[in-house]
Design a protein around this ligand. Structure first.
Ligand code: NAD
Length: 295
């Protein structure tokens, strides 16, 4: 059994923390939002008063925060959680963030005598709940060995893709693909509907044909097709549009620095930006709402 501090108990963080508890670990969680802390406490997570409290004497500190700025605010704070972990402890940042922030976290944690990995995930809330996430890991072999029990408790596939920030780089590529395929899937529904087809027939054909995608099943744009989809629940976020727009922005800035033109990625970003301008707290599948139909 290890002692974990867990900061960020939102859509992903709470089920991930619950799986650590199920695996027999002691988890102290913290989130800035009162209602989220209450939900986490109801799910059996011991609540800490601050990120520093969560990290105090812990073997591992996990962060699952929205953006790089939140990770900086927590992990790079003066006299922050990095000063509270057990000597030689591990920092596991599972948030999807920019490579530069991730490398700064690696440097600060290493300077503090800690092990550190960037370990963003794929698999959504379903994978977080089932403990079947895919982890994309950047960092040292020693840090990976220390992280193995935690990664096994929360996921089923672990890819060690390189050094500091490498997990974030491959995550940005993955998000570009999921954003583009979701935008294309939503466009297919709107187009087919305008051509007189029902959402059910579009789903039945795409899901068994070459148009099948992960997005079709996990970000189904229309209600009544996949049980438990966000569309069935008024597009209440499982993965907020603001977060997918952020991820597409990370892919585009990485592409700019690498000199690669992302035509499809840029178009997908424009669609999610439109949704964010309308309401970024909606689920990403609500992108279907911003597809224009000129009558
Ligand atoms: P979320 O907004 O549901 O949860 C993030 C939590 O962090 C919120 O509860 C928020 O209150 C908390 N938080 C923000 N600042 C904080 C601070 N300073 N201290 C403590 N808590 C703080 O987001 P999520 O959907 O759980 O996503 C988390 C990360 O995982 C993001 O980077 C996202 O891009 C990534 N991700 C999400 C999914 C998904 O399907 N939801 C899938 C893969 C990756």
């Amino acid at each position: 059994m290890s002692v974990f501090g867990f900061v960020g108990l939102g859509n992903m963080g709470r089920p991930m923390a619950e799986n650590l508890i199920k695996a027999g670990h002691d988890v102290r969680g913290y989130d800035v939002v009162d209602a989220i802390r209450e939900q986490a406490a109801a799910a059996g997570i011991t609540i800490a008063d601050s990120a520093n409290d969560a990290a105090d004497g812990a073997d591992v500190l996990i962060t699952m925060l929205p953006k790089g700025e939140h990770v900086r605010a927590v992990l790079l704070a003066q006299d922050g959680p990095l000063t509270r972990l057990k000597p030689g402890g591990l920092v596991l940042d599972c948030s999807s963030i920019d490579v530069a922030t991730s490398r700064d976290v690696h440097a600060a944690a290493t300077e503090a005598g800690l092990l550190v990995l960037d370990a963003p995930v794929s698999g959504g809330v379903g994978g977080a709940t089932a403990g079947t996430l895919t982890f994309m890991v950047g960092g040292s072999e020693a840090a990976l060995a220390a992280a193995q029990p935690a990664l096994d408790a929360m996921g089923s596939r672990i890819f060690h893709v390189g050094g500091a920030g490498a997990g974030q780089a491959v995550k940005a590529c993955n998000q570009m693909v999921v954003g583009a395929s979701l935008a294309a899937t939503a466009e297919a529904f709107v187009l087919a509907e305008q051509l007189g087809l029902t959402p059910q027939s579009v789903f039945d054909v795409l899901s068994t044909s070459s148009g099948n995608t992960w997005a079709l099943h996990n970000f189904t744009p229309r209600p009544g097709l996949v049980e438990g989809s966000a569309a069935d629940n008024g597009y209440q976020a499982k993965f907020a549009a603001a977060l997918l727009a952020k991820d597409l922005g990370l892919a585009l800035s990485a592409a700019e620095s690498a000199g690669v033109e992302l035509v499809v990625g840029s178009s997908a970003k424009a669609q999610f930006d439109k949704l964010v301008a309308h309401d970024g707290s909606l689920d990403s599948s609500a992108v279907v709402k911003v597809i224009e139909v000129k009558s």
